[in-house]
Design a protein around this ligand. Sequence first.
Ligand code: ATP
Ligand code: ZN
Length: 286
Amino acid sequence: MDNKLKIAIQKSGRLYEDSIKLLKDCSIEINIGIDKLKTTALNFPLEILFLRDDDIPQYLEDGVADIGIVGKNILLEKRKKVQIKETLGFGKCRLSIAVPKSFKYNNIKFLNGKRIATSYPFLVKEFFGKKNIKADIHEISGAVEIAPGIGLADCICDLVSSGSTLFMNGLKEVETILRSEAVLASHMYLGSLQKMILDKFLFRIRAVKKAKNNKYILLNVPNERLDMIISYLPGIKSPAILPLANSECSSVHSVVNENDFWRIIENLKELGAQDILVLPIEKIIL
Ligand code: ATP
Ligand code: ZN
């Protein structure tokens, strides 16, 4: 089995679907068996281990898995020796402190002397240390958000994405201590074959990530506006210009970053671009 790279992913939960999708987007095919403890990719030297996310950092430190997909929040809390290779853009959330809605929270000093329930005792302690807060940290492993309601704590520190769970439990978010997303992490010392497979995998991941952040756009432009419009278009190297049957217009093709996308489209339209088509990109290899 040593001729494969072993990747640990979450067995079920919030990172599972996106982790499987990442493999798929990298054209790595897998069959998920019924026992779902591990499986082997059909067309790439990868063995997939399905684990609880909390256990992944330890497995990576020990080298039981070579690489793994896990939230930055878990990695920072567990403090195992691993290397972060790539951020993956999914599983985005923040680790935040929340207090009951009725509390009059003015500033962080409010937390002095409070009982705070969390599954992230290390990160909370570190944050309070920096802010000079002395609070009583209660570690609990799940359903942290109900702790104030049942009198177990005054406030909590937990992962938040939309904030709806907090809201439903009568809590409000007052401090963010960490922003997190899923990352690809690796064992500190990989063998040379494993390193080579990892490089191939990273190459694919980066091509997929770049493609997701960009759109392919095509537009028709009156020739007298061409120079002006091109100056607004980045393109990967430079936009492509193709003649149209109508000799007064040209077709311009380019790649635009998702973040600048609407601003650029609005400008182009104002400058006289017509028939703008926007297409998703599957992979970008530079
Ligand atoms: P496991 O059974 O594997 O221990 P879990 O219940 O601890 O699962 P999940 O709730 O599935 O974990 O969350 C896994 C990861 O998803 C988190 O560690 C975090 O990185 C990320 N995540 C993204 N958004 C949220 C959110 N709103 N709440 C919790 N985790 C989130
Ligand atoms: Zn977990």
